[in-house]
Design a protein around this ligand. Sequence first.
Ligand code: IMP
Ligand code: MG
Length: 183
Amino acid sequence: MKSPVEDVDEILVSAARLTENVQRLARELEATYRIHKEIVVLVLLQGAKPFARDLLTALDDPRYIYTPLTVRSYFGGTESTGRIDIIGAEALTFSQRDVLIVDDIYDTGRTLDRVKAMVSLAGAASVKTCVLFEKDCRHEKTVTLDFVGMSIPDRFIVGYGLDFQERYRELPYVGVLKEIATT
Ligand code: IMP
Ligand code: MG
């Protein structure tokens, strides 16, 4: 494994472990969505992009429709400020459709809570959630997670789509950000 970059303290999840988790989640999704005609995979950008791409590759099934949605939650340093913008949802149709929301991480829960409410209100036939990481913290909003990759400690992580001020998304592993990088 390559050594961590300057601002990364330690590698928390290796690329191999990421792959294992994605494969397992794909098998769980297959079991759940056996009889569904079409599944709208609502991918929350930017963070969930690499995860969703690998998940859809593992599924290799044209019934899963990749549907990107840009969601911005605002951070002051490494803390969520609570403001969330959802961009371009008007162009999407959820009525009577089976929707799977895919996000990178369940942290405060505000993002998933907002997006799930929006999809339900739009009349979806079913709404399920899939996250790669569940942070071990007190979630402000409790959201039922249907598919979870792994639990992680309450630290600020980067890599595999997750950024710190738009950096480190391209790392092939997930690392813990050094405290000093945020000060
Ligand atoms: P929420 O606080 O559950 O709404 O999480 C919203 C978003 O915050 C996630 O989709 C991530 O993009 C971002 N986020 C939360 N924790 C981390 C982290 O440790 N590193 C990088 N981004 C994070
Ligand atoms: Mg994000």
